[in-house]
Ligand binder design. Structure first.
Ligand code: ATP
Length: 591
């Protein structure tokens, strides 16, 4: 819901800052930059504190002496401090931010690399949208922390310690007064600050509501307009916008109060110090320069307390973020590749299933595949038929080793899939899903998805075999035609033929084809039939068949029901030998 403006405010934090430690492991390659930044950090802190002494010198020696030369000397020293501070600040800011960006980029890459190879079942228990937000939002939180909050915290800690020390050195009496009044100043600021933060979180939520409502209505604009629902949508949207506005106003009010209080307290404190300190200056107990330096240090100390209290919550949020990212990085893939996992020799691949049983991890009690045994010879075409939910797609998933069977084994050329490398298994299989996914890009980008080095000739040949060449040629931009994220602008039949061509370009030994159930027009259907005819014998083909024409093309039909193979043979054989098939065929293929 919060995807629209998720800046990490909603993310759960963790009070235990030790959770941040694993993130610092990613700092190791950049020790050099960290050292530069640390040196600059210490120097700038020291230079900032020295400015107080500069102020004292300028006032006490420069002005008080009444000599222009001394004033120039004092000012030169002061300028020196400022110069060091300027250069140091540049170095610190540059390197700290650089390291923050670099580390969060590294973590993003590490998480993505880990996840893109993990077993697909992982995403059934972990919603991809949540993972996406971990990769973007949580790493951004870490980036802020490593790239600024940690440095702010360290710098302000140094300034606090240095500032307090110098305050006491400069004027003990005033320091004690300040120390006693600190809680009275800090408490209201923290209190209002918290309220403002809470309200800004709520305000983010409301804004996310606005965003997701607009997104949904606009995405489904045709449904909205078809039902004349614009009026109701406008009202609902206005309510959300108003709700967001009201929360914002509350936040602004609290913030305004906070700013006013800070002003009052700060100037009140300055006035008090000037009054008390002024008495001392008048009585000669202290110099004007010392008083000015003292006020400067008091500001530094107050500022550092404020800054640290600000970044503490950043650090806690980042601790939560680190915990979530590390959890992702450490979640193991359930598809274990043996160390000596091998490849497949040769292009011809046979398939054997032996007493295969399978339950999805999310529903272990339901046996989706139940003691299934069959084999497929190289070059054979086998059609899988069966009612919806029979387990046909699951069998395809097992053959591609997206899951391991809970019982029995699947073998390619006699080798257990678990003894082969995952890339060997996937390389041997070409898969065409029922509703093929085309990625955003041109038709050509999509075709060469698995084989970026495919030549023009190979592409042309694959298109011919898939009976896709004609419609691609008919497009004004041919292979350069852009297709949207879901291949918008192409019919279901065209998309499936493109997907066949894409699968062919990966030079598979086994083609797994999940025939489209949605009605294809007679011409598309005929094209796909011709395409299968052209492929028969060239490679092993398994097709989840929904049409009589496909079933008739197959060398053999396997009938699947409730996860079990209940019949095997040609259409004619099964019509006479299997009542279930006869009934199923009558219903399914009636048209
Ligand atoms: P259809 O032709 O409708 O696609 P199918 O024969 O291909 O059906 P499968 O998709 O293999 O059937 O599903 C077999 C059974 O497994 C169904 O009962 C389904 O609910 C269940 N199932 C499928 N995918 C999952 C999953 N990821 N987690 C849990 N159960 C699942």
């Amino acid at each position: 819901m919060a995807e629209v403006v998720d800046d990490g405010h909603d993310r759960q934090s963790n009070k235990d800052l030790r959770r941040l430690t694993p993130a610092f492991k990613f700092l190791r390659p950049y020790v050099r930059q960290v050292v530069f930044a640390s040196i600059a950090l210490v120097i700038t802190a020291a230079a900032t504190l020295s400015i107080g002494q500069g102020i004292r010198l300028v006032i006490d020696s420069g002005f008080a002496s009444g000599e222009a030369g001394v004033l120039v000397d004092s000012l030169s020293l002061f300028a020196g401090f400022v110069l060091v501070l300027t250069v140091g600040t540049f170095v610190r800011f540059y390197f700290v931010s650089w390291v923050g960006e670099r580390v969060s980029a590294d973590i993003r890459q590490a998480v993505f690399t880990h996840l893109i190879n993990i077993h697909p079942g992982f995403f059934e228990r972990n919603a991809p949208s949540e993972i996406q937000s971990r990769i973007t939002t949580d790493t951004t939180l870490l980036q802020t922390v490593i790239g600024s909050s940690v440095s702010i915290a360290l710098r302000n800690f140094l300034m606090f310690v240095g500032g307090v020390t110098l305050m006491f050195i400069t004027n003990v009496k005033l320091s004690l007064i300040v120390l006693i009044s600190v809680p009275f100043v800090v408490m209201p600021i923290i209190l209002f600050g918290r309220r403002v933060r809470r309200l800004s979180r709520t305000s983010q939520d409301r804004l996310a509501d606005v965003g997701s409502y607009a997104g949904e209505s606009l995405r489904h604009i045709k449904v909205v307009q078809a039902f004349n629902h614009q009026g109701a949508d406008e009202t609902a949207f206005h309510q959300r916008v108003d709700a967001a506005f009201k929360i914002s106003v509350q936040r602004i009010r609290q913030r305004a109060v906070l700013v006013a209080i800070v002003m009052l307290l700060v100037f009140g404190a300055v006035a008090t110090m000037l009054w008390v300190g002024g008495q001392d200056v008048l009585s000669g107990q202290t110099s004007a320069g010392e008083l000015a330096a003292f006020i400067f240090y008091a500001f530094i100390v107050a500022g550092s307390v404020g800054a640290i209290s600000e970044v503490i919550s950043d650090l806690q949020r980042a601790a939560g973020a680190t915990e979530r990212l590390i959890e992702l990085l450490e979640s193991p893939s359930e598809l274990v590749e043996r160390d000596a996992a091998g490849g497949l020799a040769g292009q011809e691949v046979s398939l054997q299933l032996d007493q295969v049983g399978f339950s999805y991890p999310t529903r272990p009690e339901q046996k989706v595949i139940d003691t299934v045994s069959f084999s497929v010879q190289p070059g054979e075409m086998v059609a899988l038929v069966g009612p919806s939910g029979a387990g046909k797609s699951t069998l395809f998933d097992l053959i591609q080793r997206f899951y391991d069977p809970t019982e029995g084994s699947l073998r390619m050329c006699g080798q257990d899939l678990r003894d082969l490398s995952l890339s060997a298994v996937r390389g041997a299989v070409g898969f065409v899903s029922q509703d093929p996914v085309l990625f955003a890009g041109t038709l050509k980008d999509n075709l060469v998805y698995a084989n970026p080095d495919a030549s023009e000739v190979e592409i042309e040949r694959a298109l011919q075999l898939a009976h896709a060449a004609d419609f691609v040629d008919a497009l004004s931009e041919g292979l350069s035609t852009r297709v949207g994220e879901d291949g918008v602008g192409l019919s279901g039949g065209q998309r499936q033929r493109l997907a066949i061509a894409r699968a062919l370009l990966s030079k598979p030994s086994i083609l797994l084809l999940d025939e489209a159930t949605s009605a294809l027009d007679a011409e598309s259907e005929n094209h796909i039939r011709l395409s299968i005819d052209g492929l028969k014998g060239r490679m092993t083909i398994m097709v989840i068949a929904h049409r009589l024409s496909t079933v008739r093309q197959a060398d053999r039909i396997l009938v699947l029901d409730g996860g079990r193979v209940i019949g095997s043979g040609t259409h004619e054989e099964l019509m006479s030998s299997s009542d279930l098939y006869a009934r199923f065929a009558q219903m399914q293929f009636a048209a």
